[in-house]
Design a protein around this ligand. Structure first.
Ligand SMILES: Nc1ncnc2c1ncn2[C@@H]1O[C@H](COP(=O)(O)OP(=O)(O)OP(=O)(O)O)[C@@H](O)[C@H]1O
Ligand SMILES: [Mg+2]
Length: 248
């Protein structure tokens, strides 16, 4: 992403974002609520057009892609949305198979779909749950079904929007370890938006912090902890110098 700009009315949400994702790398994207992280992910896969700058995937401009190339992009780049709702009217297996019907240019044979669903559920440690309903599962298991749905397309890149939102620390750790293991096994590159700094520092090769529509700082977890900009260090450690708590 080079010089990416996106505005809604007179509000410049992305104001010149430069961000690179290399093969097999995990980048944690952090930043205050409303700073544009979700918008950035949507722009990245062409769900929302940029007002300026460009996004290149494997050297090809996302904006210039035709329908076939865009469909291919949507298969190669998986997405786990912030409010990753499963369809309660469908079984776990049907939820996992959903993207296979939506995103592939050639339909898959039913037996192949079943095989892929079983593989994806095995990836997330949920073998044997295909016939259950999502409502029968815990929050942590539902997140894993969401991950299986993303994995089913065998993506090269996964964009995560708060994959552990609403989970307790133990389940957050488990999802983090699961994601990390899958990335290493299958060479998946990812951008992970999260408010969980422990998760960010545990799984990321690099951490990027957004602020006021730009990437304010990026680097390895160690480099970020020692970042020269105090706003970066304060955000990562949750330090509030405005004394907001004292004012309550
Ligand atoms: N479709 C839209 N129309 C108008 N404004 C929008 C739209 N989508 C996002 N915005 C605005 O863009 C800004 C960034 O929103 P975004 O959802 O990307 O924030 P975020 O960094 O993901 O926040 P959070 O951490 O709370 O999820 C917000 O001010 C939001 O109101
Ligand atoms: Mg968001």
């Amino acid at each position: 992403m080079r010089g990416a700009r996106k505005r809604f009315d007179d509000h410049a949400v992305l104001d010149g974002v430069d961000l690179a994702l290399r093969r097999g790398e995990t980048v944690a994207l952090v930043g205050p609520s409303g700073c544009g992280k979700t918008v950035l992910l949507k722009c990245m896969i062409g769900l929302a057009p940029l007002d300026g700058g460009e996004i290149l995937f494997d050297g090809a401009s996302v904006a210039a892609m035709g329908d076939a190339a865009r469909l291919d992009l949507r298969r190669r780049v998986g997405l786990m949305f912030q409010y990753n709702a499963l369809f309660d009217s469908m079984t776990v297996g049907e939820n996992v198979a959903y993207g296979l019907h939506e995103r592939l240019s050639h339909p898959m044979a039913p037996a192949e779909v079943d095989e892929r669903v079983a593989w994806a559920l095995a990836c997330v440690g949920l073998t044997g749950t295909a016939d259950l309903r999502p409502e029968e599962l815990s929050g942590g298991m539902r997140k894993r079904v969401g991950l299986a749905r993303t994995m089913a397309l065998r993506p090269e890149v996964i964009l995560y929007d708060e994959p552990t939102m609403g989970l307790d620390p133990i389940n957050t750790h488990r999802i983090g370890a699961l994601i990390d293991g899958l990335h290493k096994s299958y060479g998946i590159a990812s951008i992970m938006v999260t408010h969980d700094m422990k998760l960010a520092f545990d799984v990321a090769d690099r951490v990027a912090m957004m602020h006021d529509g730009r990437v304010l700082g990026e680097g390895t977890p160690d480099a970020m902890r020692a970042h020269p900009d105090v706003r970066v260090r304060d955000f990562l450690t949750g330090t509030d110098r405005e004394g907001a708590v004292a004012d309550l």
